[in-house]
Design a protein around this ligand. Sequence first.
Ligand SMILES: Nc1nc2c(ncn2[C@@H]2O[C@H](COP(=O)(O)OP(=O)(O)OP(=O)(O)O)[C@@H](O)[C@H]2O)c(=O)[nH]1
Length: 298
Amino acid sequence: MSEHRSGFACFVGRPNAGKSTLTNALVGTKVAITSSKPQTTRHAIRGIVHREDAQLVLIDTPGLHRPRTLLGERLNDIVHTTWSEVDVVGFCVPANEKIGPGDKFIAAELQKIAKRTPVIGIVTKTDLVQPQQVAEQLLALQQVMEFAELVPVSAVDGFQVATLADLLVQRLPEGPQLYPGGELTDEPEQTLVAELIREAALEGVRDELPHSIAVTVEEMLPREGRDDLIDVHAFLYVERPSQKGIILGHKGERLREVGAAARRNIERLLGSKVYLDLHIKVAKEWQRDPRQLRRLGF
Ligand SMILES: Nc1nc2c(ncn2[C@@H]2O[C@H](COP(=O)(O)OP(=O)(O)OP(=O)(O)O)[C@@H](O)[C@H]2O)c(=O)[nH]1
């Protein structure tokens, strides 16, 4: 039998390329958040693929983009730091969208590390297009940089997800398990819970809001005298009073829906009933204020 391999991989690609969904498909459990809004992933959440022959730790980076705010700069720093720490990088490009300047910008950045770290070109969301278009996208992707491998996948119908896992594992060094078996993520649960709340709050809101929302979980404790209920106290931060109105909705109805959706996902994550106490706070210009950024975990 060949040696056990272990190491790190991350997916890069422009916002909405399908990186988080692919991470979840590989790991098999919902750890990274997904949303139809771009740039929802802020934390380097790791999902871990356990196999007999390998342990693959996936780091989910935020979408790389041209920074406009301090937050944008920090996000790009996280991306670059992550790239230099992994054994293999997957560059994701959706099958149903033309390769554009955003992808070429990322490819040019990736080219700089490609000598040291193998980059696998991944055409995602193949379920959305005809096979012919997948083939054309693979050819187009091949033009933007030199890849160690090229592979088409669909996280939704599972097409080639196992193949991609094999390709990633082949690039890992030989080594023992890095994390104990069964542990799917090393993010503190509180961070995951905050992300689930943020995800619920982002669903269906106007395009300019995503960057203005942050969530902190202040406390997460089992209810006294109960072993089947966890109390979660959280704050949802917006930048302006007008945004508070959008989140609240008519007579607070939207916030109630956000709370209910978040609670369902938190219950699934924690495997317990949850009481979610969610409050909105206005933190003026938090994206530009280093002190507030630190407090909100950036
Ligand atoms: N049909 C289809 N949709 C997909 C697939 N993978 C992702 N999506 C959808 O594409 C959208 C974006 O997916 P994400 O996984 O959040 O994309 P991301 O690259 O992590 O996005 P950021 O976090 O913004 O960088 C979501 O609405 C997903 O449901 C796929 O294989 N097939």
